[in-house]
Design a protein around this ligand. Structure first.
Ligand SMILES: [Zn+2]
Length: 217
């Protein structure tokens, strides 16, 4: 299969670790099938370490993100929006035309993004931005949402979509652990949820581990 015919998948990620936590097993499964996956990271989360200079945080978070992406086999595009002000920054810097251009060029078959039920405002901001972009792009990708800081959604009326990650769950864990700077504020608090979700979603499709999403378009 030629390079241009590869199916492309885009994962919209508010912070540098979200695409791994939300869809890491699925990303690894897709890249194993020779699909091309691009994670678009809106913010490096530079407020995670307020005592360090922004440039220092940006540098080590980009490094650990690239290492994690390498484990999953995907590529990363950093947008460098301000942490905890993604939506405002996105509007102020007028990033929409550039992102529309990129999406119209790569034409992803699927786009994964945050849930609108997530408790983190930056995550809901990326959901809103993705919805706005999908209203304006020239093609119709399938769009799915994933949870991070929201427990399993009970009110969602969208169809669920499960991916078997039995063979890639440990790669996801390896990638998650590469976010050394995020261990205390995200990785450790989320670890139980990551396991619970993988086991529950796997149970639904009679596999060892799974990841679940809701299709919103
Ligand atoms: Zn996040």
């Amino acid at each position: 299969m030629s390079q241009t015919k590869k199916e492309t998948i885009v994962v919209m990620s508010a912070h540098s670790d979200d695409f791994v936590i939300g869809a890491g097993g699925t990303i690894a499964a897709y890249t194993h099938e020779m699909k091309r996956v691009i994670a678009i990271v809106f913010s490096n989360g530079e407020k995670s370490h307020p005592w360090l200079r922004k440039a220092v945080v940006k540098k080590f978070r980009e490094k650990e993100t690239h290492q994690a992406a390498k484990v999953l086999g995907c590529r990363v595009l950093f947008l460098n929006m301000g942490d905890q002000q993604i939506y405002e920054d996105y509007k102020e810097k007028n990033l929409e035309p550039e992102l529309l251009k990129i999406l119209n060029r790569i034409k992803p078959a699927k786009i994964f993004t945050h849930s609108n039920e997530d408790h983190h405002s930056d995550h809901r901001a990326v959901y809103a931005i993705t919805s706005e972009l999908c209203d304006k792009i020239e093609f119709k990708p399938e769009v799915y949402i994933f949870p991070i800081w929201n427990p399993v959604s009970f009110k969602s009326h969208y169809p669920s979509f499960y991916v078997d990650i039995s063979k890639t769950f440990y790669r996801k864990l390896k990638a998650v652990h590469l976010f050394r700077s995020q261990r205390f504020n995200a990785i450790y608090p989320l670890m139980t949820l990551i396991f619970q979700r993988a086991i529950l979603s796997g149970f639904k499709i009679k596999k060892k581990f799974g990841e679940s999403f809701y299709r919103i378009r």
